[in-house]
Design a protein around this ligand. Structure first.
Ligand SMILES: C[S@@+](CC[C@H](N)C(=O)[O-])C[C@H]1O[C@@H](n2cnc3c(N)ncnc32)[C@H](O)[C@@H]1O
Length: 257
């Protein structure tokens, strides 16, 4: 199995993750949902900067949405992003250029330690990659007062994962939903509010196994930077049979209390 993840990049090529980002409207849905639920996650009563730790920050595409909200509301912040992918961290630094109150470190969330504490942990689609969901949530909430967690639901990528299970990258939580996150929170007796938002991802390109955009989307769905031609054809056939040019993808947004 190829060791590289879909978040790394081959020389002179885009990473596979870029293809999903530009075809999905999830980030817009996320910004609206975070804005609507502002009072659930913003609990400060003084004017000191909001201390945020973004665990699995990637290139900062979700971070930018959260920072947009803080900017509109005139809230000052200290933002720390961590991610184990050197490629994502270097893109994060470029995307955050000009913001002196943002720092970034290359680390998994399991390995990250800090003498600082945080008001909010922002954990967007990174819990698929941890070894132990319960221990990771415990660790997140030891560092931070509250957590905003985004994890996908039953519809969307999860359906593709279940249909093509043997071809999906191996990992303890790669195939999981927000239900697995809330089960772990229940076990830890952590209170939360969860809502599920339907989002749309354009998948017309996946209907054609020769379309390079579609091929990369299929690689993203299975979390494999390289796939045998026969697998691409099989997944493409599945998309073509649906006779739809988009995938409805559920986004679970969990905010701890
Ligand atoms: C789907 S991306 C999400 C990136 C970012 N949160 C966003 O939404 O824009 C998942 C990220 O999790 C990171 N990741 C993988 N294993 C991780 C771990 N053990 N701890 C923290 N992040 C991890 C990946 O490198 C990747 O950047």
């Amino acid at each position: 199995m190829e060791k590289k993840s879909v978040y790394e990049r081959k020389e002179r090529e885009e990473d596979i993750y870029s293809f999903w980002l530009r075809n999905a409207n999830e980030r817009q849905v996320l910004e609206k949902a975070l804005d609507d639920r502002f009072r659930e996650w913003y609990k400060k009563t003084d004017s000191s900067p909001l201390r945020i730790i973004d665990m699995g920050c990637g290139r900062g595409s979700a971070a930018i949405k959260l920072l947009n909200i803080l900017k509109r509301r005139g809230i000052s912040y200290q933002y720390t992003g961590i991610d184990p992918s050197p490629n994502q961290i270097s893109m994060f630094k470029v995307n955050m250029r000009g913001r002196p109150n943002v720092r970034a470190y290359c680390s998994t969330l399991e390995e990250f330690t800090s003498k600082d504490s945080f008001d909010i942990a922002f954990v967007v689609h990174s819990l698929y990659y941890v070894q132990n969901m319960t221990e990771s949530l415990k660790q997140i909430l030891a560092l931070s007062k509250n957590a905003i967690i985004v994890h996908h639901g039953e519809r969307g990528i999860n359906e593709v994962h279940k249909r093509f299970k043997p071809h999906v990258r191996k990992g303890p939580h790669i195939i999981s939903t927000h239900e697995d996150v809330t089960k772990a929170l229940d076990k830890l007796e952590i209170r939360y509010a969860k809502r599920v938002y339907p989002t749309k991802t354009k998948t017309a390109s996946c209907n054609d196994p020769k379309n390079s955009e579609g091929r990369n989307m299929i690689k993203f769905f299975l979390e494999q930077p390289t796939l045998p031609e026969s697998t691409i054809e099989q997944v493409s056939k599945y998309f073509a049979k649906r006779k739809l040019d988009y995938l409805t993808h559920d986004m679970g947004l969990i905010i701890t209390k």
